[in-house]
Design a protein around this ligand. Structure first.
Ligand SMILES: Cc1cc2nc3c(=O)[nH]c(=O)nc-3n(C[C@H](O)[C@H](O)[C@H](O)COP(=O)(O)OP(=O)(O)OC[C@H]3O[C@@H](n4cnc5c(N)ncnc54)[C@H](O)[C@@H]3O)c2cc1C
Length: 292
């Protein structure tokens, strides 16, 4: 029986683990991947560190959690069940018991749910330019989206790809400086249209639009925003507010001994590393106080 199981190894989960382990709680962190921070090419706004790659900061936080005595396991949590005492947590590989749970499972990329999207994920369809951009050297790629993140993706892709098309329903909305670079680039163009299907053979070949036109594409980057990962919250019947887990100032949810921290909560609209880390620290402290 663990004192606390933390789901997620982003800044919220790792900070919760560092604090919980220092409180001498038997702490296990279960994580599916490195989370959003690892997509950050460079982080410039974490106090005390002038500039660092997201993956490096992620590695440092995980190492620190382990050094303080937490155990970290790369397993995907698929189910949480409330038991008479504590919780039973099932992953893709094992089952664990814990007296308390801290949900720090962050945000995930929204899907378009187009025909072909799931089939070609990893075969040309991607949700992460930082991770997959270099694989599309000298290829024609399409970025679907209209926000700042779609523009950032296009700017990054132009360093590798032969051509970059931003496909959006109406207007692209991004900061003026980025839009200026887009306008001047002879590699990037913006097309208005609604995607209907992602087509291909073994790999992606084109996007079919609702007006039946097709855009040639060997890579499709979906950049339509992020949403909370709520599957586990729903299993526990946690209360939500505006789509995020509702917590109080001590990171308590509506279920006793279930805490939430980081981007998944309704606590702040500033979804950043520092705010996630702060919520993780508070969640661990509350778990410790309530365990006593
Ligand atoms: C491209 C990009 C650049 C960014 N740049 C900056 C920046 O410069 N500065 C800044 O402050 N912020 C930046 N951010 C935001 C920052 O990364 C997030 O605010 C922060 O990572 C949120 O932390 P978190 O711990 O809540 O969630 P995450 O870091 O997303 O971690 C979530 C964790 O939960 C795990 N998880 C989810 N579901 C399960 C499950 N079922 N089972 C097991 N594990 C699960 C994931 O695997 C992951 O380990 C950036 C984000 C992006 C995408």
């Amino acid at each position: 029986m663990h004192d606390v199981i933390i789901i997620g190894a982003g800044p919220a989960g790792c900070t919760a683990a560092i604090y919980a382990a220092r409180y001498k709680l038997k702490t296990l962190v279960l994580y599916a991947d490195l989370g959003q921070m690892s997509y950050a090419h460079e982080v410039w706004n974490y106090p005390g560190i002038e500039k660092i790659a997201g993956t490096e900061l992620s590695g440092k936080m995980m190492q620190q959690a382990v050094k303080q005595g937490a155990e970290l396991k790369n397993e995907d949590v698929v189910q949480i069940k409330k038991q008479k005492s504590g919780f039973l947590i099932s992953t893709n590989a094992n089952k664990y018991e814990s007296k308390a749970v801290i949900l720090a499972s962050g945000l995930k990329h929204k899907k378009l749910n187009l025909k072909g999207e799931k089939e070609y994920t990893g075969k040309g369809v991607s949700y992460c330019v930082t991770c997959d951009g270099p694989l599309f050297a000298d290829k024609d790629v399409v970025v679907i989206g209209a926000s700042n993140s779609a523009v950032m993706a296009a700017l990054m892709l132009k360093e590798y790809a032969k051509s970059v098309t931003i496909l959006c329903r109406s207007e692209v909305k991004a900061d003026a400086a980025s839009m200026e670079i887009i306008k001047k680039s002879n590699k990037i163009k913006i097309i208005n249209g609604e995607p209907l299907e992602i087509k291909g053979e073994r790999f992606v070949k084109a996007i079919k639009l609702k007006d039946n036109k097709e855009i040639k594409a060997e890579g499709v980057f979906v950049e339509i925003g992020l949403e909370p990962s709520l599957e586990l919250a729903k299993q526990l019947k946690l209360k939500l507010e505006k789509g995020y887990i509702k917590v109080n100032a001590e990171q308590n949810t509506n279920i006793k001994n279930v805490f939430a921290a980081g981007n998944i909560t309704n606590r702040t609209s500033l979804k950043q590393i520092i705010t996630a880390a702060a919520e993780g620290a508070i969640a661990a402290q509350t778990a410790y106080r309530q365990a006593k």
